[in-house]
Write a protein that binds this ligand. Structure first.
Ligand code: PLP
Length: 353
């Protein structure tokens, strides 16, 4: 394909370093009890791996619906309103295959998650780049103006946003829903980390058949290695996704591991409170040190501003701390880690300035 010539594959550094604070993973691995339960669940399916898995993943989707209903009282989801795939990146790919394509457009508000434009253009959909406000928020008026100007088939709203950490007010999401001719995707990969009082778009689902809310087990759920992303939407949206999914796209092992992880959900999500506190401490420390910091409702913090961020990034890496060069040119992003990792980050940053 001519349009792929000259591109680089996605390649955020995957380095063997003492302190990897660059991909917003949960720093706490599964407990011994969960490791044991996963081992048993995998052994249970191992005996029937000669068979294809349930291609509709009904048991997994039922568990996910129950989990979302506990997370967001009032969501009232059934398994038919939930769909799962190999990470939320594959969820986004399926959405674009079903609702984008040649002659169609998708709109996002930069700075935001870099895979949205990449997956969009790889799917043959034209990407339209609009912008967030100066403070990385997105007022309803600006969002509506962009949607009305471009009339996109798909709009991406990310809340809390990556790489800025900013959560969107309901007024923006509702305003975009009211004017978008196509689908509105609210990417909530970091939803579980949001501060008290910040609502989830899940509560808007019953009134909005063109809304898709995506989530992942890669972040709060500490299951990035499982590759399990999911969405909630109107059943008609899921019928459309069934037309583009590859049959048996979720292995029996993935389904079993994800269900076992959810059965231990309370224990896994126990780390979320600790990470929220660590995030707020990190924001306060960075501000006290004189840095500019974006408000964060996620498990990472965008901070700056550095005339030469590459030099700071490299100096941190030389000290064993891998953070991320992402977002506007003078900013850096750090994922929230364990107390030991945060101490190493603080020391390395001071030494690097
Ligand atoms: N959406 C956002 C906003 C993200 O930051 C990420 C990963 O960093 C993803 C989606 C993809 O997550 P995964 O494919 O691991 O579920």
């Amino acid at each position: 394909r001519d349009d792929l010539r000259g591109r680089e594959p996605y390649g955020a550094p995957q380095l063997d370093v003492p302190y990897a604070l660059n991909t917003n993973e949960n720093p706490y691995p599964p407990s011994e009890a969960l490791v044991k339960a996963i081992g048993e669940a995998v052994r249970d399916v191992a005996g029937s791996l000669n068979r294809y898995p349930d291609r509709d993943a009904v048991a997994l989707r039922s568990d996910l619906a129950a989990f979302l209903n506990r997370d967001t009282p009032g969501a009232g989801l059934s398994w038919r309103q939930v769909w799962a795939a190999n990470g939320s990146n594959e969820i986004i790919q399926q959405i674009l295959q079903a609702f984008g394509g040649a002659g169609r457009t998708a709109l996002g508000f930069e700075p935001s998650y870099s895979m949205h434009p990449i997956i969009t253009s790889v799917s043959g959909t034209a990407w339209i780049n609009a912008h967030r406000d100066e403070d990385f928020g997105l007022e309803a008026e600006r969002a509506v103006a962009a949607v009305e100007e471009h009339r996109p088939d798909v709009v991406f709203l990310t809340s809390p946003n990556n790489p800025t950490g900013t959560a969107l007010p309901f007024s923006t999401i509702e305003a975009v829903l009211s004017v978008t001719p196509g689908m509105v995707v609210v990417d909530e990969a970091y939803a579980e980390f949001r501060r008290a009082g910040v609502p989830s778009a899940l509560t808007l689902l019953p009134r909005n058949p063109r809304l898709i809310v995506t989530r992942t087990m890669s972040k709060a759920f500490a299951m990035a290695g499982t590759r399990l992303g999911y969405l909630a939407a109107d059943p008609a949206v899921i019928d459309a996704l069934l037309l583009v999914r590859l049959p048996y796209h979720l292995s029996a092992v993935t389904q079993a591991v994800a269900r076992t992880a959810m059965a231990h959900g309370a224990e896994l999500l126990g780390s979320v409170d600790a990470l929220r506190v660590a995030r707020d401490d990190l924001v306060a420390w960075l501000r006290a040190e004189g840095h500019q910091v974006a408000d964060s409702d996620a498990n990472f913090v965008l901070f700056g501003r550095f005339a030469d961020r590459r030099r700071v990034w490299q100096s941190m890496l030389d000290r064993g701390v891998l953070i991320r060069e992402v977002g506007p040119p003078e900013w850096l992003r750090v994922s929230v880690g364990t107390p030991e990792e945060m101490a190493a980050f603080r020391t390395a940053l001071k030494e690097s300035l």
